[in-house]
Design a protein around this ligand. Structure first.
Ligand code: HEC
Ligand code: HEC
Length: 450
């Protein structure tokens, strides 16, 4: 152990075949309070539907889950009301479209959305509102200028981002498709895609934001390296005119990342058997900590990426980056990859073992959300091939830790998760299979305490 590691009280993570450790990279510091304000009121997406039009079409007033004031009051939590450069107030989507979710009746900012239905094609909605805006304001109006980049972005990516089942997210593909439409250096829009957009829509779950403070790389395959604020500023790619807007979003993302780093996981709301959990801790530390770290007073987290051959979970997400290098090649030459505070996309051939803080709350499990409960995750022969949940996030199963579900025999509806599809597989991660039923019960009890 080096003196420096001794001084910090940390032991470097052990070498382990089939895995690599990701080292930390320098990060900017920011103001958490300003970051939260930006999430609730900010212009990370700088164009949207003029509020007059929005109010005409949407008569319902949404509950103030976020306690917002001003124009954003009564608007669903996944939109902010922002003023565009030409002075038009618009309703624009935000990070919380994907990074906030209800659990047991309460909205939790930072919990990944796991209910949205991305199986629907949304370009049609935008073609209809295009006509409304053109008739109502005309193509030379400030309103059209404030709105049309949003429509342009959605229509360009819409056909490429439909998932096969409800609840999973196509975000990786959204960014690849948008990159195809942007010049690398100044991020200005190109009507024709400059590289072939992958045909595969790889489904993912949305990771909980409270895990970020432990991570040295972003995303399931540890793709995102360098400055985390710069990486997260990519949301502007949906509508921005050019890199001037990217620079503005980047400056605010420093604060957003600072706020995300303050987040703590929600506590398990049902009773815990402390004695059984203590037994589980010992088993966890013998069988799981090498990859997932340890928890409590002296917590550790190795940032370990596990190769596909070792982890054995669905390979498609990691493979797509190897098969289509155009997107990360574009990124690594783009505005986002310039100093100072550069970001980089560095795909690996595996997945990072995530921290398990608050894991009870983040069902379904694995990077593609293919396993409905922790009980099934720890016992791979028991995982259902087809399963269906209610998508009511009060339907929590404290016995199995995850969503209540029924086992189905085919994907008759999009609400049924189909693990036989490419990208949707539920195999691999068989580390729990080695344990006895009693040991698994103890580990599950321990996981409730994280
Ligand atoms: C369309 C849905 C969507 C939107 C909008 C979105 N994200 Fe994400 N985000 C995701 C998904 C999905 C992932 C995981 C992708 C992966 O790992 O392959 C992710 C990953 C992340 C991560 C990395 C987490 C980790 O542990 O690796 C951060 C940080 C993040 N997003 C921040 C943001 C911020 C900040 C915004 C708004 C500026 C935003 N996201 C907007 C879907 C979204
Ligand atoms: C060799 C490293 C390794 C070992 C050992 C290991 N895991 Fe994992 N674990 C991973 C990786 C990598 C993933 C992510 C796989 C994916 O999403 O495809 C993961 C995912 C998980 C998840 C899902 C997290 C989520 O939010 O979806 C849980 C829960 C989990 N592991 C628990 C355990 C437990 C409990 C043990 C011990 C019995 C264990 N793991 C042993 C590497 C490991």
């Amino acid at each position: 152990m080096t003196l420096c590691a001794l001084a910090a009280g940390v032991t470097p993570p052990a070498e382990m075949p089939g895995t690599t450790i990701i080292p930390p990279s320098p990060q900017r510091s920011g103001d958490p309070e300003a970051g939260y304000r930006y999430l609730l009121y900010g212009d990370m997406v700088g164009h949207g539907i003029p509020i007059e039009v929005y109010r005409k079409v949407n008569k319902t007033v949404s509950p103030d889950d976020l306690g917002r004031t001003g124009d954003s009051q009564g608007i669903p939590f996944m939109f902010n009301v922002v003023e565009t450069a030409n002075g038009v107030k618009v309703v624009a989507p935000t990070c919380l479209t994907c990074h906030a979710e209800k659990l047991n009746g309460q909205l939790i900012v930072g919990l990944g959305n796991n209910t949205y239905d991305h199986t629907r094609e949304q370009s049609g909605t935008f073609r209809a509102s295009d006509i409304m805006l053109q008739v109502g304001y005309g193509k030379n109006s400030a309103e059209w200028a404030a709105y049309s980049p949003l429509s342009r972005g959605y229509k360009a990516v819409g056909p490429y981002i439909r998932t096969a089942v409800r609840g999973v997210n196509p975000a990786d593909k959204i960014f690849a498709a948008l990159a195809a439409h942007r010049k690398a250096d100044d991020l200005s829009w190109l009507d024709e895609p400059q590289f072939a957009i992958p045909t595969e829509v790889v489904p993912t779950d949305v990771p909980a934001w409270w895990l970020l403070k432990k991570k040295n790389a972003l995303y399931y395959n540890a793709l995102g390296r360098g400055d985390f604020a710069r990486l997260s500023a990519a949301s502007g790619m949906l509508t921005m005119t050019d890199s001037t807007e990217a620079r503005r979003v980047d400056a605010h993302m420093v604060d957003v990342i600072a706020w995300i780093r303050t987040l703590e996981p929600p506590r398990y709301p049902f009773p815990i058997d402390a004695q059984l959990a203590a037994k589980g801790q010992v088993i966890f530390e013998d069988n799981c900590s090498e990859c997932h770290g340890s928890y409590g007073e002296t917590s550790t987290y190795p940032n370990r990426v596990v190769e596909l051959a070792t982890i054995g979970t669905d390979p498609l997400l990691a493979e797509v980056y190897q098969k289509y290098p155009e997107y990360h090649t574009w990124y690594n030459a783009s505005w986002y990859a310039q100093e100072p505070h550069k970001a980089e996309l560095a795909p690996t051939d595996g997945y990072i073992a995530p921290p398990l803080d608050g894991v009870w709350a983040t069902a379904p499990y694995l990077h593609n959300g293919s396993v409905p409960t922790l009980d099934d995750l720890l016992n791979s022969p028991q995982r259902p091939a087809y399963w269906r949940r209610s998508f009511d996030n009060s339907d929590y199963d404290p016995a199995k830790l995850g969503w209540r579900y029924t086992v189905e025999t085919a994907r008759k509806k999009n609400e049924i998760y189909d693990t036989t599809l490419p990208g949707y597989g539920n195999g691999g991660h068989t580390f729990g299979d080695r344990l006895s039923a009693d040991e698994r019960r103890a580990v599950l009890e321990y996981l409730k305490t994280l």
